[in-house]
Design a binder for this molecule. Sequence first.
Ligand code: LLP
Length: 426
Amino acid sequence: MNASLPGFPFFHYHQDQLYLEQVDIAALAAQYGTPLYVYSKAALLHAVSSYQQALAHTPSHLVCYAVKANSSLAILQTLAQAGCGFDIVSGGELQRVLTAGAKANTVVFSGVGKTRAEMHQALKAGIKCFNVESLQELDVLASVAKEAGTQAPVSLRINPDVDAKTHPYISTGLENNKFGIAYKQALAAYQHAASLPDLRIVGIDCHIGSQITEASPYLDTVNRLLALIQQIESHGIHLEHIDLGGGLGITYHDETPPTPTNLYQPLIERLHAHGLQSRELLVEPGRSIVGNAGALITQVLYLKPGAHKNFCIVDAAMNDLARPAMYEAYHEIVELKRHTDLPAAPYDVVGPVCESSDWLGYDRQLRVQAGDFLAVLSAGAYGMTMSSNYNSRTRAAEILVDGKSVHLIRKRETVTDLYAHEQLLP
Ligand code: LLP
């Protein structure tokens, strides 16, 4: 029997086995071991095209995928080939996107703490622009550009002081967040930038948070930006592009975020109404490109019934997927094989790491026995990139599925990889 997984269109059950595109995931788990990250290429391309369609009626636009969500080279390569630019936050991410085949002039560099070395690296590569987040950063960037004998393209990240209505740890557009230049200082910051001959002002940007499931914070932000843009341009400073950041949420459980078209259509209309339709429009989505394209596959090691709770102890842990421990995030957990003969029971799904915060899901109804495999869904974004080696656990392998084809895109780490840079005392 075939059955789709509601909310996860690239996963489906075929004869009670979970498939990703045309691949039986249990066969991958058996061949490559667990914990294992699996991604669907079709899901990545579908997500990119939904952004490209949403922006299709603007004269020029660029979808700058936020690399921090998932920076595996083959993922970046797939997105570069699909026409994405990139939003990076470190010299390391710059090196990754260039290695994956990105064109430097499609890269925007965000982040509050860029170092001089990173600025030099990015200027040398020829990136599209620096999203500058403070007045001091403007001065340092100007001095680095002077040293390099070039002009640095800059956009100022404005903190619009709007509530993104998301988890406080992933909210970034409020006045008390460390991000961006305060709305009230923005005009003065642009005037200062314009006075520095080693900088070239190219745009304006903002990013108000992540896993945003409503359109209204974006509308508030655009309204605030429009007023500011008019002010800035009335001082003779021209902005070639407007970057609306990322942050669009995905379905983890029962969230119903807007589609890119539903989100951006009204925003684009607002730009039109203000005569700004000719400006290049940039967006920086991360989670909504990769989140639901991936899952973390894990094997049940032990079932441990308790007086108050049953534990399902699996071989993936908080070092593989930190989101539940860090944000109390919900990820759907499903069986790779649907047992019709086992009774369903409630379990806390936990990992082997020695911390009580090492859990992947609380109180889940599962039909499982030791040795079975589970899929932790929506794990494509902020899964592998936030993984660690805590408890000397090796990082998982990663697979990209493309129709019937299976590509190993990252080998499982070995323990000797973990201490390769360490030294014993003489
Ligand atoms: N642009 C900037 C400047 C950002 O800081 C971020 C994310 C994005 C774009 C992409 O946002 P997205 O479209 O992925 O929501 N680790 C957290 C999420 C942290 C997001 C940080 N900034 C989590 O696992 O939920």
